[in-house]
Write a protein that binds this ligand. Structure first.
Ligand SMILES: O=c1ccn([C@@H]2O[C@H](COP(=O)(O)O)[C@@H](O)[C@H]2O)c(=O)[nH]1
Length: 267
């Protein structure tokens, strides 16, 4: 999906919600465990229930890889089931020497047909650009993550006083453009968004960390939104595990609708 279509969908639905599909077999309601593919069955019902209130889905690949080949089958079925007017994100956090990154890109863009993939920047330019060679696909680079460990490296100050995450975003933004690069910024780091918007005013930001991690949607909007909205705000556990009974999909729908309502007030 290209930028123009993504913005159109955001305006049409008055939503920039991304629903995370971190489908944990240990949290799936018991009645689904009897089905042939419980992970896909769960995802299917979550997608049916939430698709009118969100513009993107983000399966975290770890939850599928953990099941070996079976997990990859559930993931592929999920991706094929997501309606085409939704943006898809492989939250895989990949990145390696050039030829290896190129194969990760083939796997997620060609074989799995994701619109985008999250990429770790630690190995530098040649580990990121192979993903950018795929026309119409996106890199979502880890900028400033939502977890406490972001303070270990990302928030370190260089001699110049500049933070490491700031340098990463500034330098990497020249590798692509606002049509093929987004950045991950945690909602728990909303105070940094003003600074980040000075470096990358136009790029979309993928914002995890609202809901279960306690980030504030209002702060994210206040400091991160641009004229094209420029935000995809992810909620995973807060939506898909809103209820653990047989009514899980209705509860997910209610939660997604609630977030969409909050977003609509700003669109
Ligand atoms: O900085 C980051 C980068 C990625 N994530 C991922 O987003 C979801 C968040 O799930 P919640 O249940 O809404 O907390 C999950 O897949 C993380 O791996 C992140 O949280 N922070």
């Amino acid at each position: 999906m290209d930028r123009k279509k993504l913005i159109t969908e955001i305006r049409r639905k008055k939503s920039f919600l991304c629903v995370g599909l971190d489908t944990d077999i240990r949290k799936i309601p018991e009645h689904l465990l009897k089905t042939e593919d419980p992970i896909f069955e769960f995802n299917k019902q979550i997608i049916d229930a939430t698709k009118d209130y969100c513009v993107a889905y983000k399966p975290n690949i770890a939850f599928y890889e953990a099941h070996g080949p079976k997990g990859w089958v559930s993931l592929k079925k999920t991706i094929d089931y997501i309606p085409k007017d939704h943006f898809t994100i492989a939250d895989a956090k990949r990145g390696d020497i050039g030829n290896t990154s190129g194969l990760y890109a083939r796997a997620f863009f060609e074989e799995m047909d994701f619109d985008s993939i999250t990429v770790a920047p630690y190995m530098g330019k040649d580990s990121v650009t192979p993903f950018l060679e795929f026309e119409g696909r996106w890199v979502i680079l880890l900028g400033l993550t939502s977890n406490p460990g972001a303070d270990d490296f990302q928030q370190l100050e260089l001699k110049s006083g500049e933070k490491v995450y700031h340098k990463v975003i500034e330098r990497s933004s020249a590798w692509g453009n606002e049509d093929n690069m987004m950045y991950v910024v945690g909602a728990t780091r909303a105070e940094a968004l003003t600074d980040i918007r000075k470096i990358i005013p136009d790029n979309f930001l993928l914002i995890p960390g609202v809901g279960a991690q306690g980030g504030s949607l209002k702060d994210v909007i206040k400091y991160g939104m641009n004229d094209d909205v420029g935000l995809l705000v992810n909620s995973t556990r807060g939506v898909i595990y809103a209820d653990s009974s047989e009514s899980f999909a209705e509860a997910a729908k209610a939660e997604a609708k609630k977030i969409q309502n909050e977003m609509a007030a700003f669109l």
